[in-house]
Design a protein around this ligand. Structure first.
Ligand code: ATP
Ligand code: ZN
Length: 226
């Protein structure tokens, strides 16, 4: 059941951004009927459908115009934008608001026993990450010749497994790094959740008008919390 006249919003189905994103939608008065196993959730009081997907898919869904809006971490958004630019796919979108949740940093960490004296210590080495485009951009900025090795999971075990000399992964407390004998050395990107929409002018007037009504309500909710 999909109806093209309804505003489509992509949110992470299950993960660190899901609860806060749903709470924000509810706080701005959108009534939702979410059934755990279903991809689509319909609002019962607004012309809005939620598409519940993996967070990795959200930037592409917005940039391809499959959905109109999305809640996504800036880390994932920036990575996908770089990947799409590099592979010649459309990469346009608008950031509507930076949100007050989903805070984390993308950091390079090395085994505690490594004699690390700065990024130059990574010269010629492999670094495991889920964010190869962000990491390669950082190496380029730093003038370091190191290689990003893509891993979609268990990045923190890569040094012990002999797959890479270091890692570049998301950190919030640092507990996971410590548990794996790793030391955080460089923060390469600071991230929060953001609300994005399709590029300006890509939306029909009614949907854009609905978005333009929703965004001030989000500001109100965020201000009330401050
Ligand atoms: P999915 O199954 O949807 O692909 P995932 O495992 O990629 O899930 P999560 O771990 O739920 O994703 O993280 C989603 C986003 O939450 C991250 O991309 C990041 O923007 C944010 N985030 C906030 N804190 C952290 C943290 N400590 N570790 C990882 N991500 C965090
Ligand atoms: Zn993901």
């Amino acid at each position: 059941m999909s109806d093209n006249s309804r505003l489509r919003i992509a949110i992470q189905k299950s993960g660190r951004l899901s609860d806060d994103s749903i709470a924000l939608l509810k706080a701005i008065g959108i009534k939702l009927n979410i059934r755990d196993r279903l991809l689509i959730a319909h609002s019962t009081n607004e012309n809005i459908d939620l598409l519940r997907v993996r967070d990795d898919d959200i930037p592409g869904l917005v940039m391809d115009g499959v959905v109109d809006m999305g809640f996504i971490g800036e880390n994932e958004l920036e990575e996908k934008m770089l990947e799409r630019q590099a592979t010649g796919k459309p990469a346009d979108f608008e950031i509507l608001r930076r949100l007050d949740y989903g805070g984390c940093r993308l950091s390079i960490a090395v085994p505690t026993e490594m004699n690390y004296t700065g990024v130059a210590s990574l010269e010629g080495k492999k670094v495991a990450t889920t964010y190869p485009y962000l990491l390669e951009r950082y190496f380029k900025e730093q003038g370091i010749k190191a290689k990003a090795v893509m891993l979609t999971g268990s990045v923190e075990v890569a040094p012990r497994a002999g797959v890479a000399a270091a890692i570049c992964d998301l950190v919030s407390t640092g507990a996971t790094l410590e548990a794996n004998g790793l030391q955080e050395e460089e923060v390469i990107f600071r991230s929060k959740a953001v609300l994005i929409q399709r590029a300006d002018g890509e939306l029909d007037a009614e949907k854009q008008a609905l978005i333009n009504r929703l965004v001030p309500r989000i500001d109100g909710v965020i201000q009330a919390k401050e």
